[in-house]
Design a protein around this ligand. Sequence first.
Ligand SMILES: Cc1ncc(COP(=O)(O)O)c(C=O)c1O
Length: 368
Amino acid sequence: MRVYNFSAGPSALPVPVLERAAVEMTDAYGTGQSVMEMSHRSKDFKPIIEKTEALLRELMGIPSGYRVLFLQGGASLQFSMIPLNLAAGEPGAAKKRAVYVETGVWAKKAAEEAAKFVDAVTLACSKDRAYAYIPEAPAPDQGDAYYHITLNNTIVGTKWAGLPETGQVPLAADISSCILSEPLDVAKFGVLYAGAQKNLGPAGTTIVIIREDLIGRAPSWTPALLRYDIHAREGSLYNTPPCYGIYIIGLVLEWLKDRGGVTAIAEENRKKAALLYDYLDASRNFRSPVEKPYRSLMNIPFVPADPDPERRSVQETRFVKEAAAAGLVNLAGHRLVGGMRASIYNAMPLDGVKALIQFMEKFEETMK
Ligand SMILES: Cc1ncc(COP(=O)(O)O)c(C=O)c1O
């Protein structure tokens, strides 16, 4: 029996994608092989990677002056590759400044990693209220190498309501947990990146979308595998890419296109999120810790409203256990923040959210 999987990542994939992958497991596209067994340089794999890129370009409206790279190392490796490629200098050169907005744990990690190569300055931080909002930040200096944000904060469940004004400074954004969830104007960014394991496919592939003029700035000492220019020149085939992951992403993108693309899925996502937030706001026993203007469409944390921390902790443990027994799995909040969290990415159907709310209604009766 399939469960409703509310994991923040790796997360649920669309059932039609899994079924198609199963059918094609031993013979993909009449080649007599699984995509897992194909050479990445073969004539069989070429159309797969090309199709995945073309669909991503179409669905996200990626302009022609941008390159799409399929890399490994997760979103976390981009915390290093962005400063290395956009701002690091030759030995002895003055360090360039890059600016960060700290809206959660991932944003903080990104800045900490950058500080190893560049002068990473945190312009604003929302830790004072447990990252429950997106802070106002001062404008960057026009000489800054880039301006980094985490567009959707997976752990605390916030998202940027609008984009910061950065002038000439390229905007770099981690879109791991919101890629393809609603329309995004790619032209406003210098570089975008996302680990695949939430809205795109299995873990192991990282997508980077980068404006061409930002490619080729890495200092000479940068390891080859960490250079955007080498990956761009080689069409993501400098070394063996995560072939199977790229294939599954292609299937997910086809599924998304069939459903009407990003505009249509955004409407569904807003409906799903509104249902859950409205329920939480009306509930006497649960609440959302996130301030209203910044609430994520994808990751919805919630906590018992009980003021007593011990009773809360007991309720949380019982909730997660009983929900799992009812087929609603992975509802525990991130280990750093506790509570509960429902991640409702593109592949989570409206019925899954309705089932969760029904379960919560019943559970509330035992909380009084
Ligand atoms: C917003 C965000 N950035 C970065 C990461 C780290 O991603 P990875 O495990 O692919 O390195 C995550 C993981 O959940 C995330 O949610």
